[in-house]
Design a protein around this ligand. Structure first.
Ligand code: IPM
Ligand code: MN
Length: 354
């Protein structure tokens, strides 16, 4: 069987990073003997500027025919914020019902961490971010726009179905990881007394009924930020809504050594998933060959895992760790001691020699 992979290099440094990911995919496929084919799509800011179109209507139907999607980055300095993000990234997440945003926070050995006295032992958790609802659902609007009496509302949408499937995924993942067997719900039950009331009720209801082996913990989102810095070792799996998940995973990225290493998967467990470095298009580094491709390569590693190529994913992770730990001076753009493509070469070579 050959894996059919849609590739969306996207904007900014996205294309540079995707090239390195595909280099490693080739090495992993040769090493482990699986087949794949890629089809590239030019969605992003340049296409939008040329045609006025974000995603053509046929695109989502077409993307559904692939086994996975590999995305570089979306966001262009010449395009008003929101157009590409909503029109391409969020639309794909929503319409392909990629209801989980899976974001591991794992510090590799020898990688600089801004937290004092914390190392790989202490920083190894996963954030399960709900990915189709909450404040991202697009509910709300303007009244009397542009007048002194203007009203803007933006509502958080939380459905029983959406909350439950996200929580179940997180419980299952906690069980599968079998690390501390602890799932922490991150919310704001002291203020958001409707949305997180639902989350908390379902959390305990299905926890009691179906996951008695998993310990349940709760932290408000503000306290979660504090503990992520003070005691990151307390976390095994964190589950949270879309907005809080967005925010705490940027903090998570810093804790694991920076945007240059942070990867994520937009997962539809029953459908087509999309994998991306979480750092965005980084316009100021574009075209210089200095961006760290590790986040993009780690996203590809997550993709291999989801495609059932566990051995290849494992080898690729070991290759990333070896290179990050023994070769790179820093995880930051321009300070790695190597160019973007040299880092890709080092990791692809390490895969072959693994
Ligand atoms: C992310 C990004 C997106 C989000 C933006 C670009 C819409 O910040 O993937 O975390 O908010 O989800
Ligand atoms: Mn974000």
């Amino acid at each position: 069987m050959s894996h059919k992979i849609a590739v969306i290099p996207g904007d900014g440094t996205g294309p540079e990073v995707v090239v390195e990911g595909l280099k490693c995919l080739k090495a992993a496929a040769e090493k482990c003997g699986f087949k794949y084919e890629t089809v590239a799509f030019d969605f992003g800011g340049e296409r939008y500027k040329r045609t006025g179109e974000t995603l053509p209507d046929s695109a989502l139907e077409e993307l559904k025919t692939f086994n996975a999607i590999y995305l570089g980055a979306i966001g262009h300095p010449d395009v008003k914020p929101g157009i590409l993000e909503k029109g391409i990234l969020l639309r794909t997440r929503f319409e392909l019902d990629q209801y989980i945003n899976l974001r591991p926070v794992k510090l590799y050995p020898n990688v600089d961490c801004p937290l004092k006295d914390k190392g790989p032992e202490e920083i190894d958790f996963v954030v399960v971010r709900e990915n189709t609802e909450g404040l991202y659902a697009g509910s709300g609007g303007f009244l009397k726009k542009g007048t002194p009496d203007e009203i803007a509302t933006q509502e958080s949408v939380n459905t029983r179905k959406g909350v439950e499937r996200c929580l179940r995924y997180a419980f299952e993942l906690t069980r599968k990881r079998n690390r501390d067997n602890t799932l922490t719900l991150c919310g704001k039950t002291n203020v958001l007394t409707y949305a997180f009331d639902l989350w908390e009720r379902v959390f305990h209801e299905i926890g009691d009924a179906d996951y008695p082996d998993i310990k349940r913990d709760y932290a408000h989102v503000d306290a979660t930020c504090m503990w992520m810095v003070k005691n990151p070792e307390w976390f095994d799996v964190i589950v949270t809504d879309n907005m809080f998940g967005d925010i705490i995973t940027d903090l998570g990225a810093m804790v694991q050594g920076g945007m240059g290493v942070a990867a994520g998967g937009n997962i539809n467990p029953e459908g087509v998933s999309m994998f991306e470095p979480i750092g965005g298009s980084a316009p100021k580094y574009t075209g210089q060959g200095i961006i760290n491709p590790i986040a993009g390569i780690a996203a590809l590693q997550m993709m291999l895992d989801t495609l059932g190529e566990e051995e290849a994913a494992d080898i690729l992770e070991k290759a990333i760790i070896t290179v990050a730990s023994t070769r790179l001076n820093s995880m930051s753009a321009g300070q790695m001691g190597y160019s973007t493509s040299e880092v890709g070469d080092l990791i692809a070579d390490a895969v072959v020699r693994m």
